[in-house]
Design a protein. Structure first.
Length: 107
């Protein structure tokens, strides 16, 4: 079954593959713009360059880059907290050992 598209539901959305509009017979000549071509439509579509099409990808890449840096900063902060905790624990153990040694020497 070969069904042609309508204005509302064309067979394809590509203006180059659509059939050109034919002037209707019941309209008087000169009532519309005579030389209407699809170059205006394709010309405006040429504005969407490859760079514009890659903008979302570049934004996603920048977002992921920022998230990785944020995670790295978070890991450094956590490791710094752990290192300080271990240092305090070692200092307490050192003080206990000194005290124990001083008590053993005094006896």
């Amino acid at each position: 079954m070969n069904i042609t598209g309508t204005i509302d539901r064309p067979l394809t959305n590509d203006p180059k593959k659509q059939a050109p509009m034919k002037p209707s017979t019941h309209e008087p000549s000169g009532s519309a713009i005579e030389d209407l071509t699809t170059t205006g439509a394709t010309g405006s579509r040429q504005n969407r360059t490859r760079e514009m099409q890659l903008i979302p990808e570049a934004m996603a890449r920048a977002h992921m880059h920022e998230r990785l840096h944020e995670a790295e900063r978070e890991r450094r902060a956590v490791s710094l907290v752990v290192a300080r905790r271990m240092q305090r624990r070692a200092e307490r153990a050192s003080r206990r050992a000194r005290r124990a040694l001083a008590v053993a020497v005094m006896q």
